[in-house]
Design a protein around this ligand. Structure first.
Ligand code: 3UK
Length: 519
């Protein structure tokens, strides 16, 4: 399938509405917050949101931000927004208020839909949001702050359930996600309407083999395109159902509870998610996994031992594929019936891959080089970041920032990053951000943060710290530094280990050499 196979004027609300003709009354969404919803019901609600957004003044090309736990309102907002030609901005719910402020300003979102439980994160910054005109709250509020326009239910309740889709071009943007880099602000990545059916077909159908009878569930949330694509767009593209869970994703017993209760056939998770599930004692006797037919892992490298342990314990295969927010989803993957545990699999139709040297020349098989990808679902630039865009989006090719090599049988193996970025539990952590946070503690003179493999061979941040005079290394100080990091940053970014040293290795120009610390 190619982009030109789609109509020139195409709106990705089609991913939802294609189901209305033949299976309108089929369950489309299951969730822990509301009763099951059919395709018809969620489509009606999306139309109400579209109408309500128009009344607030939202127009074609405007940005609508969603800061919410996974729930049907998230989904209705997304499709309501894109149906009127707006761009939906799915925000990571684990960030801190200053990061929300940055994203809301950078995207110039005019409307913010926020979950009641996340409203405290907006409370301290709402006066800084010069572009946000209206704030709508999902859920109930004991008292409604003056800056909140309405609750979601009140906002849509009198709206019509009919709405005509805006005549969006297939290349018009419909979604914006933010991804972190080593330094500087997060990078806004825009995807177009065409990217949704393309990724659904190219990987969801052609590689994973999704079918109408499937029911998906993802440990990865809707704000992350891994979860959003895998757990909503792809299943709906084939008429399958999706399970949404509003609770914290990182607790393995939650994932088991959801699987036992909602009986998905496909489970997506990050490698750390599978490792955490394996660590739950007696999970096979306590939970019912019999509904599952396949698992998918992405976000970071899945070590072969975890693949083997999962297979031995559950009998289930894990399909590991590498994806990125820049490509929207997976572009290199294992596939059912053709899996090499520990590898990222092989290329599939729709994406061309190249392992290249620094000049972009293809390297001989077996050599480690930069992984470049060419495909039709790539974003075109980072919003408001000209120089970074030029380094990543190289004409038709996209530089993934990953190092790869190909084995004798043609499988691709991840061999690290070309920057210092870490993937922790499938989500980016910038060592520079953790270092600056540690440096904001009065006792820290210098520090370096590196990725260290834990017992399961999964990467976690470790900090190597030089203390200021007057401070002495101790377990108490170590705990204090970790607490400091938890307070200032999303919790998953905190160092798991701290080593105190007298000095750090540096270059002649005084730059800390993180690679030497990695040993
Ligand atoms: C790393 C992997 C080894 C790799 C993502 C599936 O992770 C996703 O998107 P991000 O933008 O990060 C992209 C980077 O993460 N990575 C992802 N998957 C793997 N490394 N093996 C893997 N299987 O460094 C890549 O460049 O956060 C994954 C679908 C959608 C996504 N957005």
């Amino acid at each position: 399938m190619k982009a030109t196979d789609l109509p020139l004027y195409y709106n990705a609300v089609d991913i939802l509405e294609r189901n209305l003709a033949t299976r309108a009354d089929k369950v489309a969404l299951l969730s822990d917050t509301r009763p099951e919803m059919t395709f018809r019901e969620i489509s009606n609600e999306a139309n109400q949101v579209g109408n309500a957004l128009k009344k607030l003044g939202a127009r074609f090309g405007d940005y609508v931000a969603i800061l919410a736990l996974d729930c049907p309102e998230w989904v209705a907002t997304f499709f309501g927004a894109i149906k009127i030609g707006a761009v939906a901005v799915g925000i990571n719910t684990l960030l801190k208020p200053h990061e929300y402020a940055y994203i809301l300003r950078d995207s110039r979102a005019r409307v913010l839909i926020v979950h009641a439980s996340l409203l405290p994160g907006i409370d301290s910054i709402h006066t800084e949001l010069e572009f946000v005109e209206q704030i709508i709250v999902i859920g109930n509020l004991a008292t409604r702050p003056g800056y909140v326009h309405a609750t979601f239910a009140d906002w849509i309740k009198n709206e019509a359930t009919e709405l005509t889709a805006a005549p969006t071009h297939r290349d018009d943007f419909c979604s914006l996600n933010y991804s972190s880099g080593t330094t500087g602000e997060p990078k806004g990545i825009l995807h177009a309407h065409k990217d949704y059916p393309l990724t659904s077909q190219l990987w969801g159908v052609n590689v994973l083999g999704l079918r109408e009878s499937d029911r998906t569930y993802a440990g990865a949330k809707l704000f992350f395109t891994f979860g959003f694509g895998g757990n909503l767009i792809f299943p709906w593209y084939v008429g399958a159902s999706s399970v949404l869970f509003s609770g914290p994703p990182r607790i393995a017993t939650n994932v088991f509870d959801v699987v036992t209760k909602f009986k998905p056939t496909i489970l997506y998770n990050a490698p750390t998610g599978f490792a955490a599930m394996l660590a739950v004692p007696d999970f096979k006797s306590k939970y019912d996994l019999s509904s599952l037919r396949l698992c998918v892992s992405a976000g970071e490298n899945l070590p072969a031992p975890i693949w083997d342990m999962w297979k031995n314990a559950t009998g289930l295969d894990i399909i590991d594929g590498i994806g990125s927010t820049e490509n929207f989803h997976i572009f290199l993957s294992n596939r059912p019936g053709d899996i090499r545990p520990g590898s990222s699999g092989k290329p599939f139709a729709g994406y061309e891959l190249k392992i290249a040297d620094e000049e972009g020349n293809a390297l001989p098989r077996g050599e480690v080089g930069n992984l470049l990808v060419r495909g039709e679902t790539a974003a075109q630039f980072y919003l408001h970041q000209y120089a970074r865009s030029q380094r990543t989006f190289l004409g038709e090719w996209l530089n993934t920032g990953d190092k790869y090599y190909i084995d004798d049988d043609g499988y691709y193996w991840h061999a690290g990053r070309s920057d210092d970025m870490l993937k922790v539990g499938g989500i980016w952590v910038s060592p520079v951000e953790v270092e600056s946070t540690l440096l904001s503690h009065p006792g820290v003179l210098e520090c370096a943060v590196i990725g260290i493999a834990d017992q399961q061979n999964l990467v976690k941040p470790k900090a190597i710290v030089v203390l200021k005079e007057g401070f002495t290394a101790s377990d108490t100080l170590r705990d204090e530094l970790i607490a400091h990091c938890r307070e200032k940053m999303a919790e998953y970014k905190r160092p798991r280990w701290i080593e105190f040293v007298a000095e750090l290795p540096k270059t002649a120009t005084g730059k800390i050499q993180r690679f030497r610390l990695r040993g």
